[in-house]
Design a protein around this ligand. Structure first.
Ligand code: FES
Ligand SMILES: [Fe+2]
Length: 289
């Protein structure tokens, strides 16, 4: 994606956890439904694709670990325990697990049964996100985090948010890729009729990625844009939206004074959505018109 270089550009990054998925997510890199800054040395419960997790930072290394949130002894949630040294201690009978999920201490006995361990999920922390491998553990060396080149760039201001919704992840992807709903669903903020009626749109495929580029010449500015910039004359407006499976959607949007193309830029934003389904539950397919 071609991105404008500007100190005025703002990035909004939203991790969106949804309750449902279509079941198509398999041996692919997924993303945790937590931002990096949410994970500390206090155990934290989360969930993706039906699997309950506990996340924590190992105090001596600062590295994030993700373990199954279910003690091998009596299935107590490990997220209710605490970090002792570099281990995660279950809050029920005190079994301790290292960052690989192996039980390394049982306070009430000397012998640790062979195989006493919980599942650990390979993960990589990068650009404010925790990427977790949800597929076959034997294939986890293919974990290849999605790159957000501008998320940590010093000239860009990134803000993170976490939303949760009770819907199928495909509906959100569809919503973000099809912005013709703006004049109707976002009438009082970012929608104007020109977005639906005057766009010159192009769709491109690049491997697994799909990119939609829309350009609207000489249209009325949206109410929210007038409120932010004070500029109320007509504008040239653009929207570039890129989807990368399983759940990454970039939106690069902006506008300039009408007739100047992209030269006299008034304002632009990048919004990145990372969509992570909590459950595998399959919802009925929706009709795509
Ligand atoms: S349930 Fe965790 S130590 Fe007993
Ligand atoms: Fe919308």
């Amino acid at each position: 994606m071609v991105l404008p270089s500007s100190k005025n550009v703002k990035i909004r990054i939203k991790v969106v956890s949804t309750e449902h998925t279509n079941g198509l997510i398999g041996n692919v890199t997924s993303i945790s439904n937590l931002n990096s800054e949410e994970v500390t040395d206090k155990p934290l419960a989360s969930r993706m694709l039906d699997d309950p997790f506990v996340l924590f930072r190992t105090p001596s290394t600062g590295k994030v670990s993700i373990l199954e949130d279910r003690c091998v002894h009596r299935q107590a949630p490990l997220s209710l325990g605490e970090i002792v040294g570099d281990n995660l201690q279950c809050g029920y009978h005190g079994l301790e697990y290292d960052c690989s999920g192996t039980c390394v201490r049982i306070p009430s006995q000397k012998k640790i049964p062979p195989g006493a361990a919980v599942r650990s999920y390979p993960c990589i922390e990068q650009q404010g996100f925790i990427h977790v491998w949800m597929g076959d553990p034997a294939l986890s060396n293919t974990l290849d985090p999605y790159d957000f080149p501008f998320a940590s760039h010093p000239e860009w201001q990134a803000r993170y948010a976490h939303l949760h919704g009770r819907f199928d992840n495909r509906l959100l992807i569809d919503n973000l890729m099809d912005v013709t709903h703006l004049p109707f669903a976002h009438k009082s903020t970012i929608g104007t009729s020109g977005v639906a009626e005057q766009a010159i749109a192009r769709t491109e495929h690049d491997g697994e990625r799909v990119r939609i580029t829309r350009f609207m010449e000489n249209i009325a500015p949206a109410p929210a844009h007038i409120a932010v910039t004070g500029y109320s004359d007509n504008v040239d407006r653009w929207q570039v939206i890129e989807y990368t499976p399983p759940g990454f959607v970039w939106l690069q949007v902006g506008y300039s004074k009408a007739g100047t193309g992209l030269i006299q830029k008034i304002c632009c934003w990048i919004v990145i959505r990372c969509i992570s389904p909590c459950l595998r539950q399959i919802t009925p397919p929706f009709i795509y018109g």
